[in-house]
Design a protein around this ligand. Structure first.
Ligand SMILES: [Zn+2]
Length: 129
């Protein structure tokens, strides 16, 4: 269950960001996940719920955006995208020019894209500074 080792640091990072920005109640966390990461959304959400307890993230929604694994051909610049499933065991050969030289330009992402939260105007206890 490596979802656990992935989610724990993300929850910590996001809740620290929330605290640093005086956000007391996050409603949603947006996460970009490259298809190279074999993450089961069901488990990710379970762990997220568990670790976000007693943090500003408690009760918030986790929104995952999947980013395809994309290669760019070094010869002609053609781009090819794969899902995690499609990529398993595939030989990456350019479908335009047949070259095997390519760079992976996306698919490794694992980053917080943003927090959605209730604005501090509606939480009067945050206004005294
Ligand atoms: Zn090519």
């Amino acid at each position: 269950m490596h979802e656990l080792s992935v989610i724990y640091p993300i929850v910590r990072m996001a809740s620290k960001a929330a605290v640093d920005n005086n956000i007391s109640h996050v409603t949603a966390l947006r996460l970009a996940v490259g298809e190279l990461h074999d993450l089961q959304e069901e488990w990710v959400k379970k762990y997220y719920e568990r670790y976000s307890k007693d943090t500003p993230l408690e009760g918030s929604q986790l929104i995952m955006r999947r980013i395809p694994i994309t290669f760019k051909c070094c010869k002609c610049g053609h781009e090819m995208s794969y899902t995690h499933f499609e990529f398993a065991g595939v030989d990456v050969i350019c479908s335009e020019c047949g070259s095997r030289e390519n760079d992976m330009i996306s698919g490794r992402e694992l980053q917080i894209e943003g927090l959605e939260y209730v604005s501090s105007e509606s939480s009067p206890e945050l206004q005294q500074e």
